[in-house]
Design a protein around this ligand. Structure first.
Ligand code: DX5
Ligand code: ZN
Length: 225
């Protein structure tokens, strides 16, 4: 896939019906999702628990676009191979999750996946400066990770800084948390190209009313002008 810096929408299935992931994934993709964002939480790095490698493996055949797996777990390294085997296209680890992000990113690429590095709101852009050449994406969190539906924290200055640090390298900037038609233009203007959205995409829709997902994604795109 050639590198593409146009804006992509990655619905987070954290806001989907947990009893119905296959159909939910098909619904968002049919309605125009560019990537599928999968939030893995361990009840330790973040105060919430979601799912692990067997569930991610079960999602795989339903994802026709790009399976973007966001690990909110610590430690990361012992689980990298399991997520590769589960079929993740991109695996994102938090810089706060351990002392060796450089080794973690190398291991993710070594296992055949794209590598993402995530920054919590309280972590400065500089924390990723020395591992950018090992990263395919920088995820700038705009909420403290753990739950969907939280209020957007303005990180546009950090996004701008990361964008500047990246220069002409082929590295995506992803935003996750509180993205909706009001906040999306701020982060895109600052240099983001992958917008994760949970509640703003799934709100009001269902697998029986998938057109609502489409309308919600269109509202985000339209807000970008
Ligand atoms: C937050 C997760 C997000 C979350 C976003 O910890 O990483 O992906 O699902 O949800 P919204 O878009 O509702 O803020
Ligand atoms: Zn996420």
């Amino acid at each position: 896939m050639p590198f593409d810096r146009s804006v992509k929408i990655a619905p987070s299935i954290l806001s989907a019906d947990f009893a119905n992931f296959g159909q939910e994934i098909r619904a968002i993709e049919d309605q125009g999702a560019d990537w599928v964002h999968v939030d893995v939480m361990d009840g330790h790095f973040v105060p919430n628990l979601t799912f692990g490698p067997p569930a991610v493996k079960a999602f795989r055949p339903h994802v026709k676009t790009f399976m973007d797996v966001h690990l909110m777990i610590a430690p990361v390294d012992p689980y990298i191979d399991a997520y590769a085997e589960a079929g993740a296209d991109m695996l994102t680890a938090h810089v706060e999750a351990g002392p060796h992000i450089h080794r973690t990113l190398q291991a993710i690429r070594g296992a055949g996946m794209k590598a993402g590095v995530a920054l919590n709101p309280g972590t400065p852009a500089e924390a990723v400066a020395d591992c950018l050449d090992l990263a395919d994406m920088v995820l700038v969190m705009t909420v403290n990770p753990g739950f969907g539906g939280q209020k957007f924290i303005d990180m546009t200055a950090k996004v701008r800084k990361v964008r500047e640090m990246i220069g002409d390298r082929e590295i995506h900037i992803q935003i996750d948390g509180g993205v909706d038609p009001t906040t999306a233009p701020l982060v895109v203007e600052a240099g983001a190209d992958v917008l994760v959205a949970g509640s703003a995409v799934f709100r009001g829709g269902s697998v029986d009313k998938p057109e609502v997902y489409g309308a919600n994604m269109k509202a985000i795109r339209d807000a970008l002008g």
